[in-house]
Design a protein around this ligand. Structure first.
Ligand code: FES
Ligand SMILES: [Fe+2]
Length: 383
């Protein structure tokens, strides 16, 4: 097996440095990020198996936009603005639910099919030339890759596959679309969303912050193997005496079908910009989706996904993976929160990056380019 060592990387320019403090604290910067990143790209809403049946829906809030994502009678997943076409009222107030064939606005009872078409509008027949077909819910882009639902508010959007670039090819052998969720934790973190991405993108902090994680995957054993315009990431190597990332470091489930010998000893960590963190273990998938609420507050949903065949076993127990990562997540959220306090302070002067932090440099360039309006950047560092 090839040996990798993050410390061998020497690709960062000597003056590479973190972002200035206002990028983490200024409401105007967050507003710009919402408009130019989250509302202009394909943003991950979560997993398709959260809405398995027709009428199952979820809602997602990004900036001032609230979106309904629903499975139709034809089983297709669609997304709409959560606004009534009469006087704009929010139709669904719950984060998820199930409706029987239609959505009804709670104000004056305009009713919409699961495909968004207006099917009922009391007393509107009395209005001259009123044509129901002209007032469907406003649709937004919606597509699914590997079980992940994405939505896109940009009317001039390009297809999802263009944004994902090589990522579907890189992940193909894992068949992530087949997996089903067996664990979920949600966290409100008092830190800017970028600090959470940046923290995810390096393991320089692992020896100090994550002794349990660092025992199983040593922070220096791994490499960054993927950098694209809209994603970046790499892998870490599982230590000889361990087989996956769990409390004991021992696997209690079979490996994913179809993975390579190398994959059996690796955990892959990819940031799919802007808000999906994909952590692929030899026997389970962990995902985080990030939802900025305020410059210093981010809502994070972490979920664990397994092979449905394995989930049927009587001895299936996801708690070794869920417990290990819930502990590790909380260790991370703590450093993100004290980092937020630091970068928000007058005393913050950005220092130099180590070479182990090259993915942060790439991510920061991505954010700066989007804010500057250059959306078709190439990664600065060779992958
Ligand atoms: S605002 Fe929805 S029916 Fe009037
Ligand atoms: Fe961490």
């Amino acid at each position: 097996m090839t040996k990798y060592n993050y410390a061998d990387s020497r690709r960062l320019p000597a003056d590479a440095s973190p972002l200035a403090g206002h990028y983490y604290t200024d409401p105007a910067i967050l507003q710009e990020e919402v408009e130019k990143i989250f509302q202009s790209m394909w943003t991950c809403a979560g997993r398709e198996d959260e809405i398995p049946e027709p009428g199952d829906y979820i809602t997602r809030q990004i900036g001032n936009a609230n979106v309904i994502i629903v499975r139709g009678e034809d089983r297709k997943v669609r997304a709409f603005y959560n606004n009534c076409r009469h006087r704009g009222t929010r139709i669904c107030s719950e984060p998820s639910g199930r409706v029987k064939g239609s959505f009804q606005c709670p104000y004056h009872a305009w009713t919409y099919g699961l495909d968004g078409q207006l099917i009922g509008a009391p007393h509107m027949a009395e209005v001259e030339n009123f044509d129901k077909s002209k007032f469907p819910l406003a649709g937004v882009g919606c597509d699914v890759w590997a079980g992940h639902i994405f939505f896109n508010l940009d009317p001039n959007r390009k297809p999802l596959w263009e944004q994902l670039e090589k990522m579907p090819k890189i992940m193909e052998r894992f068949n992530l679309g087949d997996l089903r969720r067996a664990g979920r934790h949600a966290y409100d973190i008092k830190a800017n969303w970028k600090l959470i991405v940046e923290n995810y993108s390096e393991c320089y902090h692992c020896p100090l912050i994550h002794p349990q994680l660092n025992r199983v995957t040593n922070y220096l054993n791994g490499g960054n193997d993927a950098m694209g315009a809209n994603f970046n990431g790499g892998f870490q190597i599982i230590g000889d005496q361990f087989s996956t990332l769990t409390v004991k470091g021992k696997k209690t489930r079979p490996y994913f079908k179809g993975i390579t010998k190398d994959d059996q000893k690796r955990v892959y960590y990819y940031v799919i910009y802007p808000n999906l963190l994909l952590s692929v273990h030899p026997d389970y998938l962990m995902t985080h989706t990030l939802w900025p609420k305020e410059p210093g507050v981010t809502y994070v949903v972490c979920e664990w996904h397994f092979d449905p065949e394995v989930m049927k076993r009587s001895d299936f127990d996801p708690s070794d993976a869920v417990g290990f990562w819930d502990m590790t997540n909380k260790q991370d959220w703590h450093v993100c929160e004290i980092s937020q306090l630091g970068v928000a302070s007058k005393g913050y002067i950005p220092g130099p990056f180590t070479h182990q932090e090259e993915l942060l440099y790439e991510f920061d360039r991505f954010v700066l380019d989007r804010l500057a309006g250059r959306t078709n950047r190439k990664p600065a560092l060779a992958s």
